[in-house]
Unconditional design. Structure first.
Length: 280
């Protein structure tokens, strides 16, 4: 159904400040900055090998601004959504209808790059609450123009999304949507004894959607939590960040064998952020 995890969305209060912060973390400027005038939002996009990251801020009036303001008022800045890419959005629409979900028709979207006035166009299919369960999520089909590629990444700069972490109180229900409806590959379903939690791994376009279950008595709910970015040389990345005034924890061995990790503690707009190096 989906070709890739197209991008991830962080809600931010001040788009300029957040862009400056993420430029420090990523080591490169965004490849795109612009506005969705009809939606009342502005954004900055950082491109990576297997996905891109969108900072999204309410800067005008419209449905988009209202949505982001709601998330900011409810929980402050942070990771709020993920977007799946398809080459056949009408087919996805029909498939979800066949499953019995009440879903609106695809809508047109447009973005203009403030740097060169180039235009990208796409179609969006916003998913209903019984599929998103608290996550801002939709399907996108790119129809015109391409997101510019960033320059070649240095060893000290994140070049790939290793995994995204989602918290849920209903792992079985999550599987029922992401495996059975979205047809994502469930690579792991395991109870972690020392955490006393259940963990799911879904694989999609060279990244992992990591889901951690914490059961409670509330209705089924999912929430975006954090991001892990892969770097080729964590020691160089650590030094670059410290030199830039970004707070980062000491390098240590990761939970996964043959990995080194460090946690970025500032400039993330409240997004738990891990840097990881895989040792060959």
């Amino acid at each position: 159904m989906f070709q890739s995890l197209d991008h991830l969305i962080i809600a931010v209060e001040d788009i300029e400040k957040a862009t400056q912060n993420y430029q420090l973390i990523m080591g490169t400027p965004p490849v795109w900055t612009g506005a969705h005038k009809s939606l009342g939002t502005s954004n900055a996009l950082f491109n990576f090998q297997n996905t891109y990251l969108e900072l999204l801020s309410p800067t005008g009036e419209g449905l988009g601004a209202d949505l982001i303001k709601h998330y900011l008022k409810d929980a402050g800045e942070g990771l709020i959504g993920m977007v799946f890419a398809t080459k056949d959005i009408n087919g996805v629409h029909q498939s979800l209808q066949n499953y019995g979900f009440a879903i609106g028709k695809p809508t047109d979207g447009e973005g203009i790059n403030s740097a060169d006035q180039k235009i990208r166009r796409w179609k969006n299919l916003f998913l209903p609450p019984d599929l998103t369960r608290g996550i801002f999520s939709f399907v996108i089909e790119h129809t015109h123009g391409y997101l510019p590629q960033s320059k070649e990444k240095k060893e000290s700069e994140p070049y790939k999304l290793d995994h995204v972490v989602i918290n849920t109180n209903d792992a079985d229900g999550f599987i029922g949507i992401y495996k059975d409806v979205f047809n994502l590959r469930l690579a792991l379903d395991k109870n972690i004894e020392h955490w006393q939690k259940r963990m799911l791994f879904f694989r999609l376009n060279q990244t992992t959607i990591e889901v951690i279950e914490q059961e409670d008595d509330l209705p089924p709910n999912d929430k975006m939590w954090g991001l892990a970015w892969e770097v080729k040389n964590l020691e160089k990345a650590h030094k670059r960040l410290e030199d830039a005034g970004v707070e980062v924890t000491p390098i240590e061995k990761g939970v996964k064998e043959k990995t080194l990790v460090a946690t970025v503690k500032s400039h993330t707009q409240n997004v738990p952020t891990l840097l990881i190096q895989h040792l060959d």
